[in-house]
Design a protein around this ligand. Structure first.
Ligand SMILES: Cc1cc2nc3c(=O)[nH]c(=O)nc-3n(C[C@H](O)[C@H](O)[C@H](O)COP(=O)(O)OP(=O)(O)OC[C@H]3O[C@@H](n4cnc5c(N)ncnc54)[C@H](O)[C@@H]3O)c2cc1C
Length: 322
């Protein structure tokens, strides 16, 4: 019986919430299929994040802490993940579905001669992996027949694992990556700095669509978001119009989110947008067209002009906050 190895993603010293969802997947997988739950954390000068990894009930936490891993490169990271997967007897190698792992995990699969399922949302008792297709309109139950299986896990479909008692074994990984031999080299990382939470980590998101008509409407979206401590999202129409950067896009070709509260202003609710947010716990839609499809998934729908409704909401939230 093989083990389930999860590659941890973190920011600064803290694990990402979506990684904790992948831990839940691994626990569920090993409960159903047997084997142990392991974590792999890679990088350089790893401190608190290793301690945090020790507190989710993994049998082993593999730590690859090396100067050559200071900056993410798919080629170097894939070498180490594949090496640890082999050494740790992994049957499943997983990570949360993210921009980084879209780049990394197919390489890992190729190195391990493994079949891969991306964006999985569940596991059957037989060990099949459920994944959405056609913008979430159908669910495929995929059997991976190779001995080693590589998966990415949708952070929205598994609860983040809670912290438990520290335990398990810490295993130091010997890393021998020759950066000079790689076809790519790291130049620089230009981080988009924002005081707002990241879309995939936020518990509240306020999204603007084409109905915001650009800067003026997006200022209203941002104003409400800041008051609620929320992340700002956008539809592809708003991104394509150049009003906001594309890392804010929610949907089939953007980010998949499932916050506690999702406020959509001036968003029609195209199927490709819904594919990225319909799992949100409470959806509030503001649209001046009462026929807009967004109202079919909304828990609260306001048929109104957002240029009037958003300032009113801001005033009411301010009053409620005192
Ligand atoms: C392969 C593919 C992938 C795609 N991926 C994505 C994706 O990841 N994410 C995504 O979002 N889209 C995606 N799209 C695009 C998608 O099909 C829609 O075109 C897009 O979501 C529409 O964005 P929107 O709702 O902002 O604009 P529109 O559909 O134009 O809707 C604007 C809405 O604003 C309302 N409105 C206008 N003025 C006001 C006002 N003053 N007050 C209130 N309401 C107002 C209108 O009634 C309308 O319902 C994809 C499309 C394809 C083909």
């Amino acid at each position: 019986m093989g083990n389930a190895l999860i590659v941890a993603e973190y920011k600064g010293d803290a694990l990402k919430k979506v990684t904790r969802a992948a831990f839940t997947f691994a626990k569920e997988y090993t409960t159903k299929q047997g084997g142990e739950f392991h974590i792999l954390v890679l990088g350089h000068n790893l401190g608190a994040v290793v301690d945090e990894c020790m507190s989710y009930g993994a049998a082993k936490v593999h730590v690859a802490d090396n100067e050559s891993l200071a900056n993410y490169l798919a080629e170097s990271y894939a070498q180490v993940v594949a090496q640890v997967a082999k050494d740790s007897g992994a049957e499943v190698v997983g990570a949360t579905a993210s921009a980084m792992t879209k780049d990394l995990m197919p390489r890992v699969a190729a190195k391990l001669d493994a079949g891969m399922a991306s964006d999985i949302i569940g596991i059957s008792d037989e060990g099949y992996f459920d994944r959405p297709v056609w913008a979430g309109n159908a669910i495929v139950s995929a059997e991976i027949t190779s001995p080693v299986k590589v998966v990415t896990v949708r952070g929205t479909d598994f609860e983040p694992a809670p912290k438990g008692d520290a335990g398990g074994e810490k295993v130091e990984v010997t890393v021998s990556v020759d950066l000079g031999s790689l076809k790519k080299r790291f130049e620089q990382f230009e981080e988009v700095k924002s005081d707002r939470p990241e879309l995939t980590e936020a518990s509240i998101i306020v999204t603007g669509g084409r109905g915001t008509k650009g800067d003026e409407g997006f200022k209203l979206v941002e104003g409400l978001a800041d008051l609620l401590g929320a992340a700002v999202g956008a539809t592809r129409a708003a991104v394509d119009a150049g009003w906001v950067p594309n890392d804010l896009q929610v949907g089939q070709t953007g980010k998949v989110v499932a916050p506690d509260l999702y406020v959509a202003a001036g968003v029609s609710g195209a199927i490709q947008h819904l594919a990225g947010m319909k799992g949100s716990k409470t959806i509030v839609a503001i649209n001046k067209d009462e026929e807009a499809p967004i109202f079919q998934v909304a828990d609260y729908g306001l048929v109104a002009d957002l240029f009037k409704a958003l300032p009113e909401m801001v005033e009411e939230v301010k009053k409620a906050k005192g």
